[in-house]
Design a protein around this ligand. Structure first.
Ligand code: S3P
Length: 164
């Protein structure tokens, strides 16, 4: 099976996912990278040229194409599980882990790392509203790991511990 990391943008899914894959001797996949390589343009351009609804369609297609893969740690774009059906497709292919990072950590990770839904200036209230909207869905994961006060290594250890 696979280990699937979900959570808000800037919660460390890619960084943690790569370390977790190393620790488990598994392959790592990032769904945003898959989208970019399959479309041949960046996520930023997809949002700018085609808009968010089209991005969500492409994202759902990419998630569906993962059915049948095994032995991977998969980092999933922060908004993907908000689309009906995506959480259950992910649960079918593995254990879904919600990386629950505090807003402070999210904001610090997002600084200097452009995301189309955030734009060039981080608006803390908007970000909090979006996180609050998504939180109940993220919480439907099989495992929730609170990353407050944990560094990368400790977060990986906490995931490994919960998986056992
Ligand atoms: C998004 C998160 C991004 C990316 C896109 C939309 C979101 O991925 O898929 O910008 O809606 O939260 P990360 O969670 O890897 O930043």
């Amino acid at each position: 099976m696979n280990i699937i990391l979900i959570g808000f943008m800037g919660s460390g899914k890619t960084t943690i996912g790569k370390e977790l894959a190393k620790a488990k001797n598994m392959e790592f996949i990032d769904t945003d990278d898959l989208i970019e390589s399959r479309q041949g343009i960046s996520i930023k351009e997809i949002f700018a040229v085609h808009g968010e609804p089209r991005f969500r369609e492409i994202e759902a297609e990419v998630l569906n194409s993962l059915a049948g893969i095994d032995g991977h740690v998969i980092s999933v774009g922060g908004g993907a599980v908000m689309r009906t059906g995506n959480m259950s497709s992910l649960k079918r292919i593995g254990t879904v882990v919600f990386l629950d990072a505090p807003l402070k950590k999210i904001i610090s990770n997002l600084k200097g790392n452009f995301r189309p839904l955030v734009g060039n200036t981080i608006d803390e209230d908007n970000l909090k509203r979006l996180l609050d909207t998504r939180y109940p869905t993220y919480s439907q994961a099989d495992i929730i790991v609170h990353t407050d006060n944990l560094d990368i290594k400790q977060t990986v250890e906490a995931i490994l511990h919960s998986l056992n």
